[in-house]
Design a protein around this ligand. Sequence first.
Ligand SMILES: *Cc1c(COP(=O)(O)O)cnc(C)c1O
Length: 387
Amino acid sequence: MSYSTGRHFLQIPGPTNVPDRVLRAIAAPTIDHRGPRLPTLVLELFDRLRPVFGTEGPVVIFPASGTGAWEAALVNTLSPGDTVLAFETGQFATLWQEMAQRLGLVVDFVPGDWRHGADPVAAHEKLAADADHAIKAVCVVHNETSTGVTSRVPEIRAAMDAAEHPALLLVDTISSLASIDYRHDEWGVDVTVAGSQKGLMLPPGLSFNAVGDKALAASEHATLARSYWDWRPILRANRNGSFPYTPATNLLYGLREALIMLEEEGLPAVFARHARHAAATRAAVRGWGLEVLCADEREYSGSLTAVLLPDDYDADKVRQVILDRYDMSLGAGLGRLAGKVFRIGHLGHFNDLMLAGTLVGVQLGLRSAGVPIDPRGLAQAWEVLGA
Ligand SMILES: *Cc1c(COP(=O)(O)O)cnc(C)c1O
């Protein structure tokens, strides 16, 4: 690798840029996790976390990647042989349902084209046809990070209610929490899955389950094997600010700082900022003459934009040129989109000029890689940012 000056542009859709304030908060002496200082921190964290999830209920914090919180959501609420309804929105939905199968669940996986979100009409049909309530949970990835498509969770909830179906609603918000409007309680979600390294502006290493009353009740009877992921001993210990194992104390310091930053900006402003950067990015993509992968304007993602290249061009080559020449990382196409798309992350700790630098790098990289584009694309983005 050649020598690089200045800051690396980390524009993958997670992990995201970690603010200096958060890095400094993490760089504190590690404390005794059974000493007197931890409970105060932990209880404060729960008070600051709940509004971000839009819940008044408990939030479980795991020292784990988001994948761990996926597993926790399933093993705490379900039993071997239970049926789960899931939607093929992209790579992450596919991985979550594969995990469900490995855990001994039966998955009804509604096929999709990786350009649309979970379909509320299909959800209603499946649930209305399930007269004996074999389906115990509906799994939705709120923001499908492999495609840049945001599913309409309230419409899925409405479909479940219209079918009068008692299944639990489990939602993955790993790349939407603190970037795209989300409301655990108001939307009637039973378990929300989240992670630290995307909208929450932290390094990888923490993940979360927000747990509703119905999910908590289900966890008393669920029989999938669970030990480390079991909510019950954690929630018991959390009541007085402790954990049944060693928590990731330094990441918790960082979490506190990141939550304070979100409070300072205010969640509505955070969501508006993400939506605006996403709109400017789409304007550039279209101005270049390229296609945004997301095919439904109601489902545009605020966190990232996946850019579809013309058939004869290799998106991985474009990413490589951009990394080599401009020291910027972009997201690769995943699964069936490998080589066909690249993904621009515009979430987390980010501002107008960081987006401007990102889009300049993408435009220069597309030209270097020989992709035919209209260079007036950038001006389209400035129009949106300047409006
Ligand atoms: C990143 C991501 C995951 C996986 O999280 P890890 O922290 O890599 O385990 C799952 N779902 C979505 C939607 C994601 O964006």
